[in-house]
Write a protein that binds this ligand. Structure first.
Ligand SMILES: [Zn+2]
Length: 198
């Protein structure tokens, strides 16, 4: 099933919000490369919670999910159409009822077919948790990147807030090499200088 058409598959996905249009999932990704366990209890309960957030309460029959490298869509903000692109690996601001405005890494972009036969787009994230401490030399806030399932990790694509990118850098220690970070250290610094110019 691999041909160039498959790599630019245009899909109709039923929208969870009237502010989002023309959602196109692009470049199918292997689930193995994402390190996401889709056959876990937490994956299924997080997916059910994501459906509940836009009013679907039925238990999910279909377990299969299709993952993609990136998604493009149009977001309508105060009658202005904004063309947005979201890639796997992006760090973004998310506005979500339970978590307020927070930061997360996009670990997966996927669609799931609901009992009604329609496909819905979702994101799978790792959250940055604020330590409310600052780096003593750089004066940047320190965050911890959580890989566990303490927080809900699956949300409708529509929680993304205009794909406002956030900027984080690894809080490197002696075990980090130039481009090979020691990721067992999950401390990151939020670079706030990128926001200052806006
Ligand atoms: Zn590092």
């Amino acid at each position: 099933m691999e041909n160039s058409e498959m790599n630019n598959e245009k899909l109709e996905v039923c929208l969870q919000s009237s502010e989002f249009r023309n959602i196109v999932l692009r470049k199918p990704a292997s689930i193995r490369n994402t390190n996401i366990g889709i056959n876990t209890i937490s994956f299924h309960s997080d997916l059910a919670l994501a459906y509940k957030s836009f009013g679907y309460h039925a238990s999910l029959i279909n377990k299969a999910c299709n993952f993609y490298e990136y998604v493009s869509y149009i977001q309508v903000v105060q009658n202005v159409e904004i063309q947005c692109h979201l890639n796997k690996g992006d760090i973004v601001t998310i506005k979500e009822v339970d978590y307020g405005e927070s930061y997360a890494v996009i670990k997966g972009i996927f669609k799931h077919q609901n009992n009604d036969g329609y496909y819905y787009p979702f994101i799978y994230v790792d959250w940055f948790e604020d330590t409310y401490k600052k780096h003593n030399k750089l004066d940047c806030p320190i965050f911890v990147l959580r890989h566990d399932d303490y927080y809900c990790k699956i949300f409708p694509l529509t929680v993304i807030d205009k794909v406002q990118k956030a900027y984080f850098v690894h809080d490197c220690n002696a075990r980090c090499k130039e481009s090979d970070h020691f990721l067992e250290n999950n401390h990151y610094l939020k670079n706030e200088f990128f926001f200052a110019a806006v």
